[in-house]
Design a protein around this ligand. Structure first.
Ligand code: CA
Ligand code: CA
Ligand code: CA
Length: 342
């Protein structure tokens, strides 16, 4: 049984036979989505040296690409969202529920949810959850039953925003507002601190992972699909200039260049952007100024969401989830993450 429509959508094209039954009823409406071809940025294979020198404490340089270690394996069928809470505890979405993962790889269920996807950290110990709800685009077409939930480590679930179709990724801004993407639309929503939902930006087709630059002057957005009917994966990363926090016109920063389905993102202490290329089975690092990219890790099929280690975890590793296999990877890159807004 396929529970996550995102998986259904992906498998529709990838053709994993065992899950093919999930892709019934695909009613992609494709409202105005144009196949846009020009992924551009070809061949930009910046061999190292992005950014000016060692920003962090003695930053030893590893040789890229690195190998991913498996922290969790064989326990879940799928995993998507990942976040450390304000206490440095690690949480992931796996098999439609919220789980805590300990540094030794042991897991415990925190909350039984419906169709949770992306996670973010807020406040002292909360985890925010992008919850698709019962209805999903791939099964029901456009809908509005998605929500943003807050879950505390004791499993208390509070709804903080409603009315978003299939919310995918949550980015917490410095002022406490949330940006929430829905990759079955061309919209990024803003959730005010009182829970009011409005459209923040319309125009990037299928937005997914999002992170703001260290200086707050740009928002970077990973694009998952080029179009929804027929379902076509996209490999682009967008830069949205911000003026006093408000979005300008998106410009293409670069492209991962492989099979695509760009998903979660993270940022390091030097302001470089890491993009999970889900179907492309890779994580890439982009220079925010030039769009030049480096391959951080490959052979990570279904890599979904990324978070730098905190608490008792390795602060110079990226932890990553696995949409098609439920693993949690540790990707040791010897670079610390940027401060996380919470
Ligand atoms: Ca559940
Ligand atoms: Ca929904
Ligand atoms: Ca995602």
């Amino acid at each position: 049984m396929c529970t996550n429509p995102w998986v259904a959508a992906i498998t529709l094209v990838v053709g994993l036979g065992a899950m093919a039954a999930c892709s019934d009823d695909q009613k992609a409406d494709n409202g105005g989505v144009q196949p846009d071809g020009g992924a551009g940025a070809g061949g930009a294979d910046a061999g190292g040296g992005a950014g000016g020198g060692d920003a962090g404490a003695d930053a030893p340089m590893v040789t890229l690409p690195v190998k991913a270690n498996e922290l969790v394996s064989g326990q879940f069928a799928q995993s998507e969202g990942i976040a450390f809470n304000g206490e440095g505890r690690l949480f992931v979405v796996a098999d439609t529920d919220l789980w805590e993962v300990k540094p030794d790889g042991s897991t415990s269920m925190v909350a039984d949810l419906t169709n949770p996807v992306g996670l973010a950290s807020r406040g002292k110990d909360e985890i925010l959850v992008a919850e698709f709800g019962d209805k999903t685009f791939t099964k029901d077409g456009m809908n509005d039953d998605g929500s943003v939930l807050s879950v505390t480590p004791d499993g208390t679930v509070t709804t903080i925003a409603t009315g978003i179709g299939d919310p995918n990724f949550i980015h917490v801004r410095k002022d406490g507002t949330l940006l929430v993407s829905d990759d079955f639309t061309d919209k990024i929503y803003e959730v005010a601190t009182d829970g009011t939902v409005s459209t923040f930006l319309q125009g990037i087709q299928s937005p997914n992972g999002m992170v703001e630059s260290l200086d707050g002057n740009d928002l970077f957005v990973a694009q998952t699909f080029t179009m929804l009917d027929p379902l076509t994966f996209d490999d682009r990363l967008w830069r949205v200039p911000l003026t006093s926090g408000a979005p300008g016109t998106p410009v293409e920063l670069g492209a991962t260049g492989g099979a695509g389905a760009n998903d979660g993102v993270a940022m390091d202490a030097q302001g470089r952007i890491y993009v999970a290329e889900n179907v492309g089975a890779s994580v890439w690092r982009f220079d925010p100024k030039t769009g030049d990219k480096e391959l951080v890790v490959d052979m990570v099929g279904g890599v979904a969401s990324l978070a730098f280690g905190e608490g008792d975890f390795n602060a110079t590793s990226i932890y990553a989830t696995n949409l098609f296999g439920g693993k949690v990877w540790e990707i040791p890159i010897d670079v610390a993450g940027a401060p996380v807004n919470r």
